[in-house]
Design a protein around this ligand. Sequence first.
Ligand code: PHE
Length: 468
Amino acid sequence: MKETPIHQQWSSRLAFIFAAVGSAIGLGNIWKFPYIAGENGGGAFILVYLVCVFLISFPVMIAEVLIGRRTHKSPVNAMEKMALEAKQSPHWSLLGWMGVIAGFLILSYYSVIAGWTLSYVLKSLTNTFGELFATTATQDYAAAIETVFSNTIANPWMLLLFHSIFMFMTMLVIAQGVRSGLEKAVSSLVPLLFVLLIILIFYAFSMPGWNQAIDFMFNFRFEDLNAASVLEAMGHAFFTLSLGMGAIMVYGSYLPNKVSITHASFIVVSMDTIVSIAASLIIFPLVFSYGLEPGAGPGLVFVTLPIAFGQMSFGIIIGSIFFILLLFAAWTSAISLLEPAIAWLIENKNLKRYQASIFMGLLTWLTGLLTIFSFNIWSGFTPGDKTIFDWIDFLTSNIMLPIGGLFIAIFVGWLVSNKVTSEELNTSPNNIFYLLWKFLIRFLAPITIIIIFIYKLLDTLGLLKGAA
Ligand code: PHE
């Protein structure tokens, strides 16, 4: 039951891979992964994370691409069509809707953090950190860098400016279309991202802290692992691969019929993992070379690293390259967060792509104000001990994405027939890899997602006192 797609399709398998890799690699890999690995003691956490990525996320990614490619429609319509084909309720489209809403909500704060990154690109290029190092007494230097960060987020106008620029960059790419917008942007940005990463790794390799970093990352000290860190690893394995909200599904819907879904997904998962490890191999050697703390949390990239950049040789260049890398990574993720909504508006509301981009762009921009104000004028407004930004992050990453992933796994694992899935994966239903995938998507993925979900929920609601 294949139809001619209404949207443009990627021109090649490589274009899909660049787009999906671009979506997957983002703030999650370069900002978040190293700091959660740092907070959870390194080695053992990384091992658990790798197991989660390949046993849980990879099968779910195949399922998402499969639904997209089978229907060639936006997630909302894809779910409906696929459900009807499987003789199920058309209300499965609600899953698509949840994804659309999650994507737009995630982008509303993602863009603000990408905005910090943009401002740090400028700070690095103008040698803000180096100057502070030269002009501040040694014992006050770290605090001075910290003040740069707290001043950045305390100023709503500055945040607004950078958030606006980043949203504009995102809309600009989306408005040009699948081939001349998305594909063109990712085909240059993703390879460039890898070049920047390689330059930084070489630099990190030359630092005295390299060996300590390797030891920190690859020495499995199991005593560092606890239930909370295992669950953190599982949760992150989802977010980092852009799963559970339709971004990968919509990219799958632009995938030409002849491309192998399993191979392409395997490449995407591997690339994303390599980049997370590489980002840590860049950050930790710098951290250890200057005697800094690997467990600094969210401030690792915006405070700890600038402390190193300010005092090292070539700090201006290395710092600038690092933040440009982070910015580009965020940019190629941002376009995928809005694409499910854009595709739906084009399919159902007959909007032109540029109209849909302006509409969604403005809506996201406006919603981003909630995040901006959470860091300054509304920072005291914390119902349930969370700022509005914390709530949006919690609602999306801890609730909507896991539920999305869970239902995708249940839908594809239990409701879609073997005939359809094996046909789309271009294999026989008795193939050993097919059977393995089917087992993972039917049992392992849903069960583990349910466990993470319940645990995180209880944890956040404060019902697990002392368990972590
Ligand atoms: N995968 C992206 C990252 O690691 C974030 C993202 C989540 C992008 C969901 C799209 C969809 O930063």
